[in-house]
Design a binder for this molecule. Sequence first.
Ligand SMILES: Nc1ncnc2c1ncn2[C@@H]1O[C@H](COP(=O)(O)OP(=O)(O)OP(=O)(O)O)[C@@H](O)[C@H]1O
Ligand SMILES: [Mg+2]
Length: 368
Amino acid sequence: MANIEFKNVVKSYGDVNIIKGLDLSIKDKEFMVLVGPSGCGKSTTLRMIAGLEEITEGDLYIGERRVNNVHPKDRDVAMVFQSYALYPHMSVRENIAFGLRLRKMPKDEIDTLVDEAAKTLGMTHLLDRKPKALSGGQRQRVALGRAIVRKPSVFLFDEPLSNLDAELRVQMRAEIAKLQKRLAITSVYVTHDQVEAMTMGDRIAVLHDGNLRQVGTPLELYDTPANLFVAQFIGTPNMNVAKGQFTEDGTKAKMGPVEFPIPEKWKAVAKEHGGKEVYIGFRPEHTLPDDEHDWTNTATLEGKVDIVETLGHEVVVYVTIEGLEKRIIAKADVHKTPTPGDAMKVDVNLDNLHFFDGVTEESLLVKG
Ligand SMILES: Nc1ncnc2c1ncn2[C@@H]1O[C@H](COP(=O)(O)OP(=O)(O)OP(=O)(O)O)[C@@H](O)[C@H]1O
Ligand SMILES: [Mg+2]
């Protein structure tokens, strides 16, 4: 069993607290993605699992074993980095075999493992080439091969795809996810790209500023974000957020110029928090021109089109709404593309609203 447990793990450099008491359980065979903005402590967390960073406080377990003081080479983990770090003068075969040779594994065993890995990664025909004769994606596959042949109990990935072009990234994303399922090895994958996180992870852990903000399946994070940070971090374009307030009796909410009845899901919450200042969140896909949907439960916002981004299959429209601090993002049918300067009425689907505490920014529904 290679589950990974962080128990109140703290990491500091001198007085600077980088990870501030992390509790996180990663299940055996799970694909866990750590996501968050640059500098939030993702690589540090991964490196603690690898044993490349000391743990300041708390406990880290891999399986049954507390590994705080276990040497990296005795942890049975393999790490794949953003830079592939291949040896340029060695062939692909030698690169993949390198770690095994250091361990003094017999040559025929090494050959079998390398051949098996090459087959898994579809690069048997590349084994005699040097890295400089490979594409970026092929080099990344060699780096994966090097990790696979070690048959570790845990795979660690630190932004392994960020050097690849967009198309290849999509392809490798799918390949790695498939490979992980096939090999059934517990994996922790770091990225700052929320699309990568959403498409690859069994579960996602969102880190911000050294704190775990939420952990859940991609859809849990999308449907029920626990706080404003996760709400705005997951999903493109970003969730719209406006300041608002529940009416004193808790039956309605006010948002800029509009007042609307509280949707079913939030009725009890609004009643409990009558008069409260809140943040109201609604995603662009739940914000459409008033004649382009068949929703029944909506609030209408009137404004002026600011920016129009045509993506081909849809249009993203930035609309300035009188009485709202920030312009909102709506989606529209590509065949009815508006023009900047147009007056526009957009409807918000009230069945997909989110309410957050106006002070703590925590969801009023999810207990973080
Ligand atoms: N050796 C160190 N000494 C002091 N501070 C450090 C050290 N290593 C990292 N840090 C700081 O710790 C914080 C977290 O760094 P980390 O590399 O984990 O971020 P990250 O989430 O991986 O970011 P990115 O997405 O940019 O890779 C950063 O503010 C960084 O400056
Ligand atoms: Mg990093």
